[in-house]
Design a binder for this molecule. Structure first.
Ligand code: ADP
Length: 200
């Protein structure tokens, strides 16, 4: 089982790389951003609350996102057979990393690795501003992007230490061409896969 966390600042390419990774390794892709946007689009009360945070560049409350993720894993795993999961946009706080530990243990699994896509701040801002021209996302404007980056440094980056302590942290150069970045990602995953095959 491959249970991967794809990590990085807003605009670091988590979603793009997740799409490629899930296809190649047959993983269930869970993007908390996508789950929240689906909730907003449904017009539910939960979606309205989520929207009030997202449009300001803030994180939605931990309890809310943990419950949404837990339900999504349950639901989506019923409808498909996967070699593991790829978490995109979660965990985003240390409290979420702790909750994930329980959530994954109760399914008799473990996190395999965290892949941290490293991209320079000016490249991040440029990518997000460009995405904003076509994404229609309420949070892809300069003011909200700046807030999201602030929140990332303050609340999300410390999640790395949590996985460093468990020797599950790997940094990936996330700059440049999408295919080259994907090659770097695959090299790391393939080494893990080989090790797992040797061990079993
Ligand atoms: P990006 O990584 O580019 O910021 P996402 O689609 O992952 O885009 O997230 C968009 C927004 O959704 C975040 O700014 C945040 O408000 C909310 N969100 C997503 N995942 C989480 C999470 N795990 N915890 C709290 N809020 C989240």
């Amino acid at each position: 089982m491959l249970n991967i966390i794809i990590f990085g600042a807003p605009g670091s390419g988590k979603g793009t790389q997740s799409d490629l990774i899930k296809e190649k390794y047959n993983l269930l892709h869970l993007s908390t951003g996508d789950l929240l946007r689906a909730e907003i689009a449904s017009g539910s009360e939960l979606g309205k609350i989520a929207d009030s945070y997202i449009s300001k560049g803030q994180l939605v409350p931990d309890e809310m996102i943990i419950e949404i993720l837990d339900n999504a894993i349950e639901e989506k795993e019923k409808n498909g057979k996967y070699n593991g999961i790829i978490l995109d946009g979660f965990p985003r706080t240390v409290a979420q990393a702790e909750a994930l530990e329980l959530l994954i243990k109760k399914r008799n699994r473990d996190i395999t690795i965290l892949l941290d896509l490293m991209v320079e701040e000016n490249e991040l801002v440029e990518r997000l501003v460009n995405r904003g021209k076509t994404s229609g996302r309420c949070d892809d404007n300069l003011e909200t992007i700046k807030k999201r980056l602030e929140v990332y440094h303050e609340k999300t980056k410390p999640v790395n230490d949590y996985y460093k302590k468990q020797n599950k942290y790997t940094v990936i150069d996330g700059s440049g061409n999408i295919d080259n970045i994907f090659d770097r990602v695959c090299k790391v995953i393939d080494i893990i896969n080989e090790d797992e095959n040797v061990a079993s």
